[in-house]
Write a new protein. Structure first.
Ligand code: HEM
Length: 512
C-alpha cells in the first residue's frame, strides 16, 4: 500500500480508537473475547484462513458470544443455535443489515418465484437436468473417475439459467457459465470480512482512485457483471419460452413496482450467483461423504430405495415422503459441511444488550455455523462424523420407515436474511442425491498410471465465502445393467423440447 494511504489509515485508526474508548460507557460490558492490543485490537489474532476453526476454539474458551475488535470495527461471533436464533431471527429487524450487500424490496419478488408453491412447478425441469447428469456421469466418469465438480456445476447452472432466462447450459465450457464462475470467485474474494481495508474504514472510499486500488477492481467487476446480467436478461425476454425474467418483468409492470430499469436484471443475476455455488458445493460435499464417510449409510439408502422405488424406474420427487433416510442424508450434508461455515456477515443497526452484554451498533455479526453444527447437545456424539441417523427419531417408525427429527438447520442462514432459495435447492439436491444413490457406486477416483485409489481429504477445502472441497476425482459406476438400461433409455435429454416444459411451468404458475 502507498505510504500516504498508511498515514491516512494510521490517523483514522487513532481517531477511531479514541472515539471508541470514549463511547464505551454503557453499563453492560462487551462480550468476552481474546485480549486486544491498543489500536489494532484483535487483528493480530484474527485467523488468516479457515476462520471457523479458530472461532470454534474461541467459543469453547469464551462462550457462545465472542467479541473482537478489528481495528476499531466490532465483530461479534455467535456460536450457539440459541443465541444465534435469538439475535438474528427473533431480533431480525435490527440484525439483518449486511455490510455493502444486497437490497430489501427484492425479497418480495424472490418470494413470488422461490416459495414452496412456485418451486414445486419447477420439479419436472429439475428432474430433467438430474437425469442428464446421470447420463453425463455414466458416459465420462466411470472407471478411473473424473474431476466431478464441473458436471455438478453445469447441472446446477443449467437448471437456474433455463428457469430464469430460458436457455439450457449443455457444456461446462459454455461462456456464460465460465463468466459467472469467474465473477463469483472475484466476489467471494471481495466480501471476505477484512479482505479490503475499506470494509473497516468506509471513509477510505473518498480517497482518489490511484490511492484506492480496490475501487478499480470493483468497478471492472461491476462492469462485467452488469454486461452479463443485461445480456442474459435480454435473452430471457427474447426467448420464445416462459421464464422467470419475463414473469417478473410483467409483475413489475403490472403492479407498478418502483424498480428502475437495470435493477430487475441485477436481481435475477444475484439469484444466479447465490444459487450456483451453494447448490453445487453441497452436491460435491455429498460425493465427498460417499467417498470418505461410508460406514454403512450407502447400503441403508440403497435398501430404502430398492424397497420403495425398485429397479424399474428412477426415484422421483413424489417418492420423497417415503424416503426419509434419503432426506436424513440431505440434512446431514448441510450439517456436516455447511457451505457457509461462518454464515454470511450481518450488521446490526443499533446498540442492544443481550444476556448481560452490550452489542455495539454496527457490529459485524458472524453466525459461527461451524460451531453450531458441531454442538453435541443438539446433534448427538461425534459431530465431525457423517451420520444421517442423527436426523431420525429412534424407534419411531411410520409406514415409510422413519420419522425425521426437527433439529436446527443453520446451513440456510438466519432471520430475514435466511436463504430465499432453500426450497428450490432442497428439491434439486434431494432429487439428485436420490437418483445418484439409486444409480451408481460412488468411489474415489484411481490413478491411470498405477491403478491405485487416489487419496481424498474430507477436510481439504477453500476458504472463501463458500466452503468448497478442493478438486478431487470420483468414479461413478452404474450399479447394474438395470441402471444402464434406464440411463440409456431416458436420460439423454437434449432431444426434449424445454420450451414446452417451461410453458407448462408458466401455465401451472398462472393457476396459483
Ligand atoms: C444447497 C444450496 C444452498 C445453500 C446451502 C444456501 C445457503 C445460503 C446461505 C447460508 C445464505 C446466507 C444467509 C444469511 O445471510 O444468513 C444464502 C443467501 C442467499 N441465497 Fe442461498 N443457498 C443455497 C441455494 C440457493 C438457491 C438455489 C438460490 C436461488 C434460487 C439461493 C438464493 C440466495 C439468495 C438470493 C441469498 C441472499 C439473501 C439475502 O441476503 O437477502 N440460494 N444462501
Amino acid at each position: 500500500m502507498h505510504s500516504i494511504t498508511y498515514a491516512a489509515v494510521f490517523t483514522l485508526l487513532l481517531g477511531l480508537y479514541i472515539t471508541r474508548r470514549r463511547r464505551n460507557t454503557t453499563s453492560f460490558p462487551l462480550p468476552p473475547g481474546p485480549t486486544p492490543l491498543p489500536i489494532i485490537g484483535n487483528v493480530h489474532q484474527a485467523p488468516k484462513s479457515h476462520g471457523w476453526r479458530q472461532y470454534l476454539e474461541w467459543s469453547k474458551r469464551y462462550g457462545p458470544i465472542v467479541y473482537l475488535n478489528m481495528l476499531g470495527q466490532p465483530v461479534i461471533i455467535l456460536s450457539s443455535s440459541e443465541v444465534t436464533h435469538d439475535l438474528l431471527a427473533k431480533r431480525g429487524a435490527i440484525f439483518s443489515d449486511r455490510p455493502r450487500l444486497f437490497f430489501q424490496k427484492h425479497q418480495k419478488l424472490q418470494t413470488l418465484v422461490l416459495n414452496p408453491t412456485p418451486v414445486a412447478a419447477y420439479l419436472p425441469f429439475q428432474n430433467l437436468e438430474s437425469k442428464q447428469l446421470l447420463h453425463d456421469l455414466s458416459k465420462d466418469a466411470g472407471g478411473y473417475g473424473s474431476d466431478v465438480h464441473r458436471y455438478f456445476q453445469k447441472t446446477v447452472a443449467s437448471i437456474i439459467h433455463t428457469l430464469l432466462y430460458g436457455f439450457r447450459i449443455k457444456d461446462d465450457q459454455d461462456p456464460v457459465l465460465r463468466e459467472v464462475i469467474q465473477l463469483n470467485e472475484e466476489f467471494s474474494d471481495f466480501v471476505q470480512v477484512g479482505a479490503h481495508i475499506v470494509d473497516t474504514f468506509p471513509v477510505l472510499n473518498n480517497l482518489p482512485g490511484f490511492l484506492a486500488p480496490w475501487k478499480q477492481k470493483a468497478e471492472s467487476h461491476y462492469t462485467r457483471k452488469h454486461a452479463l446480467r443485461m445480456d442474459n436478461f435480454r435473452r430471457g425476454i427474447e426467448s420464445p419460452a416462459w421464464n422467470i425474467s419475463k414473469y417478473l418483468k410483467e409483475v413489475v409492470e403490472r403492479d407498478d413496482i418502483d424498480m428502475p430499469s437495470g435493477e430487475l436484471e441485477f436481481e435475477l443475476g444475484t439469484l444466479i450467483d447465490a444459487a450456483l455455488d451453494g447448490t453445487t458445493d453441497t452436491l460435491i460435499w455429498f460425493v465427498m461423504a460417499c467417498i470418505t464417510q461410508d460406514k454403512g449409510f450407502i447400503a441403508k439408502a440403497r435398501e430404502e430405495l430398492d424397497t420403495v422405488v425398485g429397479r424399474d424406474r428412477l426415484p422421483t420427487p413424489d417418492d420423497k415422503p417415503n424416503l426419509p433416510y434419503i432426506t436424513a442424508i440431505f440434512e446431514e450434508i448441510l450439517r456436516w459441511r455447511p457451505i457457509a461455515p461462518e454464515g454470511a456477515p450481518h450488521l446490526n443497526r443499533e446498540e442492544t444488550t443481550y444476556n448481560g452484554y452490550t452489542i455495539p451498533a454496527k457490529s459485524v455479526i458472524v453466525a459461527n455455523v461451524w460451531a453450531i453444527t458441531r454442538d453435541e447437545s443438539l446433534f448427538g456424539p461425534n459431530t465431525d462424523d457423517f451420520v444421517p441417523e442423527r436426523w431420525l427419531e429412534d424407534n419411531i417408525k411410520n409406514e415409510s420407515g422413519g420419522i425425521l427429527k426437527s433439529l436446527p438447520v443453520p446451513g440456510w442462514g438466519y432471520g430475514r436474511r435466511i436463504c430465499p432459495g432453500r426450497h428450490f435447492a432442497q428439491n434439486a439436491v434431494w432429487l439428485i442425491i436420490a437418483q445418484l444413490l439409486w444409480a451408481f457406486d460412488i468411489k474415489a477416483g484411481r490413478s491411470k498410471e498405477t491403478g491405485e485409489t487416489m487419496p481424498v481429504d474430507p477436510l481439504a477445502c477453500t476458504y472463501k465465502l463458500v466452503m468448497r472441497a478442493l478438486p478431487f476425482k470420483a468414479s461413478f459406476e452404474p450399479r447394474g445393467p438395470w441402471v444402464s438400461n434406464i440411463i440409456n433409455g431416458e436420460c439423454d435429454t437434449y432431444g426434449v423440447d424445454h420450451v414446452v416444459m417451461l410453458d407448462q411451468i408458466g401455465a401451472d404458475l398462472g393457476k396459483l
